[in-house]
Structure formats: C-alpha cells, structure tokens
Design a binder for this molecule. Structure first.
Ligand SMILES: Nc1nc2c(ncn2[C@@H]2O[C@H](COP(=O)(O)OP(=O)(O)OP(=O)(O)O)[C@@H](O)[C@H]2O)c(=O)[nH]1
Ligand SMILES: [Mg+2]
Length: 241
C-alpha cells in the first residue's frame, strides 16, 4: 500500500526540513504532500529544496491562509486523484513524532478505516501540558463523544491515518469545518458509515520552534458544530435524546 502523508504548513520554516527528513527516515515508503498557505517565512521554498534532495515530496502552494480543515480537504483530493491507498494527517510542528508513523500505517494496512494517534488511551500522553489544558481537552472530547455517540477517546486528534476507500465515501466538498471541528467531523462521518476506528497511543509534545496558529475561534467553532450535529441527530431521529 502506498501512503501519502499530508503536512499542512503555515509559518513552519524552523520545522519543515526536520519534519520532512524524519518522515522519510521513519516511513521511507510514504510520499509526502506539503500544503502551504503562502507562509511569508518561506516554508514552501524550504520544502521545495528538501524535496529536490529527497524526492517523492510535492509542495502545493495556496495563495493565503485558509485553515487546517481546508488544507487537509485539498490534500486528500490530491491524494485520491493520484491513487494513494492511505492518507495521513500530521502537524508539521513536530508535536506528532514521525517515528510513530510505522505503527499508524501498519494498523491502517491491517484493515482499520481510521487510525487515531490518541492522547487519551492508556499509553497516550501530553507530558508538557498543564493539568488544566489536558482536563479541558479530555472533557471536550468526552462531550463530543457523548453528543455524537462516538466510541472514541480522542476525536480531536490531529495525527491519524485513513484508508482512502473510506475517505472516498465522504463528500469532502460538503465540509467547511476548520481545526478540531474538521477532525471531529471526519470521525463522526466514518462512524456513521460504519467504519472501523482504532486508537493507538501517542505522546503529543509541544512545539519547540515557531508559533501556534490555534485560536479561540477554532475551539468555539468545534463545540458549536458538535452541538449542532448532535441536535440534528436527535431531531432527525438518528439518535434518541
Ligand atoms: N496550510 C495550512 N496549515 C496550517 C494552517 N493553520 C495551521 N496550519 C498548520 O497546521 C499544523 C497545526 O497547527 P498549530 O499551530 O501547531 O496548531 P495546534 O497544533 O493545533 O496548536 P498548538 O498546540 O499550539 O501547537 C501546523 O503544521 C501548522 O503549520 C492554515 O491555515 N493552513
Ligand atoms: Mg501544534
């Protein structure tokens, strides 16, 4: 099976070379697609330089910052058109250890439709997070799981592998969600389609270089969407209240 690792980047000049080299070393069979949104710090140019050196890396340049959800939708369409069997989501800030790729890929190849690199199963960890951040994230996940009926501990996880056959069944053009909202939406749709989801423990480390693009808007959007989908399910009789 040929996997495609989609790396969305915005202002990751300090990380891009390291992440690309570590991905190649950890999963040499994987093709990589960097989706850069016109980073003013020259992330795309750096990625292109590493691509010339390593090969099997493509850089998709988009004109402006359009969000993580949109970057993944574009990357997935690109990968489906080219026939990749597995599509991987991974942050480019080294919070997701490339060395965990072989396990994610192996579980997808063994038949899981979606493999989540989970912080909230035994063995998963967020060593640098203050207790309050972990608490909020765990409870946001419990809320989403309860409202949407998902038997998943980390639906907001951003390190994951999908089997392309499953992604093909999802109408990506229908989705507008960004950030956590996009991550939960994909889990939700796959659960609705009867897909098999497996969580493998990962250690999430905080970025060392560069700055976060996370915003309160993305958190509020995700909570609002989860609530909306949950209410809709009850109203349409898909789920009892
Ligand atoms: N193409 C693209 N990539 C983005 C955009 N926003 C964020 N990213 C990338 O998405 C990944 C995750 O973004 P981060 O800023 O690390 O957000 P986060 O990991 O949720 O939050 P932190 O815990 O603060 O790191 C990184 O690789 C970013 O460069 C965007 O609008 N477009
Ligand atoms: Mg990050």
């Amino acid at each position: 099976m040929t996997p495609l690792v989609v790396l969305p980047t915005y202002q990751e000049a300090e990380n891009i070379e390291t992440v690309l080299r570590r991905v190649r070393a950890a999963a040499p069979e994987a093709h990589v697609l960097v989706v850069d949104d016109g980073s003013p710090d020259g992330t795309a140019e750096l990625a292109e330089k590493v691509a010339e050196d390593l090969g099997r890396i493509d850089v998709l340049r988009r004109p402006g910052k359009a969000g993580l959800g949109s970057a993944y939708r574009t990357g997935f369409v690109w990968g489906l058109e080219r026939g990749f069997d597995v599509l991987v989501e991974m942050d480019a800030d080294l919070s997701h250890s490339p060395e965990a790729l072989p396990e994610l890929l192996a579980v997808a190849e063994a038949g899981a439709d979606l493999v989540l690199g989970s912080r909230y199963v035994p063995g998963g960890a967020t060593p640098q997070w203050p207790r309050i951040r972990r608490f909020l994230s765990v409870w946001a996940n419990r809320y989403a799981a309860a409202v949407l009926g998902l038997a998943v501990n980390d639906a907001t996880a951003g390190f994951r592998a999908y089997r392309s056959d499953m992604v093909r069944r999802i109408d990506l053009s229908h989705s507008r969600a960004d950030g956590y909202g996009f991550q939960v939406e994909m889990v939700y749709r796959i659960v609705r389609l009867g897909g098999r989801i497996v969580e493998v423990p990962i250690t999430f480390t905080d970025r060392v270089e560069g700055s976060s693009k996370m915003s309160g808007r993305i958190v509020v959007e995700a909570l609002a969407l989860v609530t909306l989908w949950g209410v809709r399910d009850v109203l349409t009789g898909r789920r009892r209240g």
